[in-house]
Design a protein around this ligand. Structure first.
Ligand SMILES: Nc1ncnc2c1ncn2[C@@H]1O[C@H](COP(=O)(O)OP(=O)(O)OP(=O)(O)O)[C@@H](O)[C@H]1O
Length: 265
């Protein structure tokens, strides 16, 4: 069977959750993502790795239309979530971002209480009618994010009063509170110390049972620890994607090999 250029192997992949075809991204005249084709498996962690500026974050932001918020950014091609085109004009990007949540590099809790940080999304999306229902979502989201025991006695305290690692787990709890199907994480541990990083990595491992997770990371060790599939990007191209172990032990492309052995990046 001939493989289309840019098509990726589907080793050990779970059911496809997101399918992207011929995706191009431009910032003005800069061609940042070049004809990317990728399938992202459901209920698994996919890591995006590659040298600085290769387009990992840009491509990640395509998956919940966060690039729509950047004026000079133009996205072409097709991205389907469960077979539905997320760039269809009938899709409301705000609703899409509830389904495809995002956690950023720097923990960014709202300047509100811990409770209100979590309650915000369910309130604005009209997911609850009664205070008891909201209490339940707040508690279960914090439990799923592994933060409940640390904050249950201080839910009225400010989210910004937590440690960096706790703030990042709060942001993950906030993303979970609107029952997303996919969680995008853009270097979620880069501002955290090793202990907080380990907690977030453990959490990612637990969350993959119920969510599809895509994580951008500069740390190859982290990609190896948390992901089942790894995609290597280079200069806007998706060079290869495969089972994480294969990518790190037996990459097909010389550029991947050079990167994982530390020859550039
Ligand atoms: N808002 C923007 N405006 C203009 N150009 C941008 C913007 N964001 C990214 N770019 C350009 O797009 C290309 C890809 O950048 P991107 O941030 O996606 O790479 P990355 O692999 O995530 O990098 P890093 O690992 O350093 O975060 C780069 O050339 C970058 O300069």
């Amino acid at each position: 069977m001939t493989q289309m250029p840019g098509t990726i192997k589907a080793a050990k992949m779970t059911d496809t959750k997101i399918s992207a075809r011929n995706v191009q991204v431009y910032y003005g005249d800069t061609h940042a993502i070049k004809d990317v084709n990728i399938e992202i498996g459901s209920r698994a962690v996919t890591a995006f790795i590659g040298p600085s500026g290769c387009g990992k974050s840009t491509f990640l932001r395509c998956l919940n239309r966060m690039n729509d918020t950047i004026d000079i950014c133009r996205v072409e091609g097709n991205i389907d979530l469960d077979g539905e085109d997320i760039y269809d004009s009938r899709v409301d990007p705000v609703q899409l971002r509830a389904k495809v949540g995002m956690v950023f590099q720097k923990p960014n809790p709202f300047p509100k209480s811990i409770y209100d940080n979590i309650a915000y999304g369910p309130r604005i999306h009209g997911l609850v009618r009664k205070k008891a229902e909201l209490d339940e979502i707040v508690a279960s989201s914090l439990q799923k994010a592994g933060l409940w025991n640390e904050v249950k006695d201080r839910l009225d305290g400010p989210g910004t009063g937590l440690s960096g690692g706790q703030q990042q787990r709060l942001c993950i709890a906030r993303a979970i509170a609107v029952s997303p199907e996919v969680i995008l994480m853009d270097e979620p541990c880069s501002a955290l110390d090793p202990i907080a990083t380990a907690k977030v990595e453990e959490l990612i491992d637990e969350l993959r049972e119920n969510f599809t997770i895509v994580i951008v990371t500069h740390s190859m060790q982290q990609a190896a620890r948390v992901s089942q599939r790894t995609a290597f990007f280079h200069m806007g191209n998706l060079v290869e994607i495969g089972d994480t172990q294969d990518i790190f032990t037996n990459p097909v492309d010389k550029r991947t090999q050079d990167y994982i052995t530390g020859r550039f990046g």
